[in-house]
Design a protein around this ligand. Structure first.
Ligand code: MG
Length: 381
């Protein structure tokens, strides 16, 4: 796998770790894209002088300053990002946060590219659109998320009919073991402390509410074409078993390792081959691995996600958009922790269900859900 990389969300947690992996593998970095101009992005642009740098937004002043620091002219606008993703012969690492990532995923698949997918919206909000693109074009998705990478690796070479269940592991987040009553008062500061994974802000809050696992359930359904009845969640606070597959003969395959995102990122770039990578030594000896049922009362987001997944159509897109709005409101102190799931549930009930067949359908549902969620939050305060 030596195709040039297009790194979308280059300054984010996935992006920076991707570049570390790319350096280790000696891969060419063709494109660095981010939502906004920043010093971090300019620094990356200088580190990869041959790369094309793209920023989706930013004011004229910010862009002037950015161009000075970068030392060359950046490409601008979301369309330039989609164009870069849709340039054939590349591997697109999609670490963009938000619905913008869906367009890039579809463009990459249509161009026959590999997508190393970390953008959740692609499969959560745009699942039917992405599945149709995969059926009709030559592109492929290799998941970057640790759980899906684990499932992907456990399923490799196994016929669909031999699979019985997919078991997604969840760390349980920072509030594992707390009751619903305890959770009413938690602050953004507490929720931003994740015990095992170092991630972006939204995903960290999503991990505290367990919405993250809810989104992953829906991604699992679309990635592997498996019914919701055959997806299970088990809480495993140490994040050492990254997920597992149960087969019809009673055999289980699990994927173990250090909780280090560079491992699934590298696999998404090299699959089906593997490359040597530096990393902390891993051993099971002396480890105390525990597994427990999720507390569905304290973390109702989990059952809500199963319900939303089964509804299908626009419902997952509504859930995703409402969650993003609610998380932002929580971070700004405008909504309580328990309010996040309540707002999402009510938004799903409020926005009319419909089929989603195109990216435009998803964008429309997304914006409708955002207004509905914002309205509900404004009503709460
Ligand atoms: Mg995950």
């Amino acid at each position: 796998m030596s195709r040039p990389l297009v790194v979308l969300g280059a300054t984010g947690s996935i992006g920076t770790q991707t570049l570390e992996v790319a350096d280790g593998l000696g891969l060419e970095v063709a494109v660095l894209a981010a939502r906004r101009p920043s010093e971090a992005l300019a620094g990356l642009g200088r580190r990869y002088p041959e790369s094309q740098v793209i920023v989706a937004g930013g004011s004229a002043d910010e862009l002037d300053e950015f161009q000075r620091t970068l030392g060359r002219r950046p490409e601008r606008g979301a369309d330039a990002i989609i164009e870069a993703a849709g340039n054939p012969g590349r591997v697109v690492v999609n670490g963009i946060v938000g619905a913008a990532g869906l367009r890039a995923t579809v463009a990459a698949i249509e161009a026959g590219n590999r997508v190393a997918l970390a953008n959740k919206e692609s499969l959560v909000a745009g699942g039917p659109v992405v599945v149709a693109a995969l059926e009709n074009h030559g592109g492929e998705i290799i998941p970057v998320d640790s759980e899906h990478s684990a499932l992907y690796q456990c399923l490799a070479g196994e016929p669909a009919e031999s699979v019985s269940r997919l078991i997604l592991t969840a760390s349980g987040g920072p509030f594992r073991g707390r009751s619903r009553e305890d959770l009413a008062e938690v602050t953004p500061r507490e929720a931003l402390q994740h015990p095992t994974w170092d991630m972006g802000r939204r995903i960290t809050i999503d991990s505290a509410t367990m919405f993250n696992k809810g989104l992953e359930i829906i991604e699992t359904h679309f990635l592997f074409g498996i019914d919701y009845d055959r997806i299970e969640v088990v809480v495993h606070p140490q994040s050492i078993l990254h997920s597992a597959v149960e087969f019809v003969d009673g055999s289980w395959k699990g994927h173990f390792g250090n909780p280090d995102m560079r491992i699934p990122i590298q696999y998404a770039l090299t699959a089906p081959e593997r490359a040597v990578a530096p990393g902390d030594p891993f051993t099971l000896a002396g480890m105390d691995l525990t597994f427990e049922e999720p507390d569905r009362k304290a973390f109702p987001a989990l059952d809500l996600a199963f319900e939303v997944g089964r509804k299908g159509g626009s419902a997952p897109a509504v859930m995703n958009a409402a969650d993003e709005v609610a998380v932002e409101a929580f971070l700004q102190g405008r909504l309580g922790f328990l309010g996040i799931t309540d707002v999402v549930r009510r938004t799903v009930g409020e926005v009319e269900w419909r089929k989603v067949e195109t990216v435009e359908d998803v964008v429309e549902v997304d914006s409708e859900a955002r207004s509905a969620a914002a309205g509900l939050i404004a009503g709460v305060c």
